[in-house]
Ligand binder design. Sequence first.
Ligand SMILES: [Mg+2]
Ligand SMILES: [Zn+2]
Length: 193
Amino acid sequence: MNPALFLDRDGIINRRRVDDYVKRWEEFEFLPDIFGLLPKAHAAGFVVIVVTNQRGIARGLMTEQDLAEIHRQMQQELQQRTGHRVDAIYHCPHGRADGCDCRKPKPGMLLQAAAEHNISLAESWLVGDSESDVQAGIAAGCRAVLVDAAAPTSTVAETVAESVATTLASAWKYINTHATRGKSQNLISSKHQ
Ligand SMILES: [Mg+2]
Ligand SMILES: [Zn+2]
């Protein structure tokens, strides 16, 4: 069984579009920390899995095909720039009223990923920029770090995450030093590199 690093997409891998969705590749803007994180997470033994709510599909603003094309381009650029790609991408296309099991804060995407990728959820982590991400991670039995650029002045006291980081890079630092099970020996030694 492998530990996973579950990553939210919008606000973690790419810039979140306020009151909008990333509907085509031209609207996708990488946040820089992902390029450093991906090789390190793989070297530390994590399976890296994206779990993303994409309600724009339910709202008819984009199609499944549009999303697949965005993710194809995302993977291609990650490969070009880091030599790594994320190991899987799960998305929820549903709306708030659809009552699905996959839309975060529900843990459905993480549970499906665990079954399909031989993941040990108790050794896995979720990193997201919304409390609903953190709640999905905790509900799945993972540990979670909230990324909040405005911390500590924002309302992070409300979070159920075990740590709040201002960037993805600092979230990774926390995970790398606090992962205590599974491949922890690799994790602990890699921090000195
Ligand atoms: Mg997000
Ligand atoms: Zn769903």
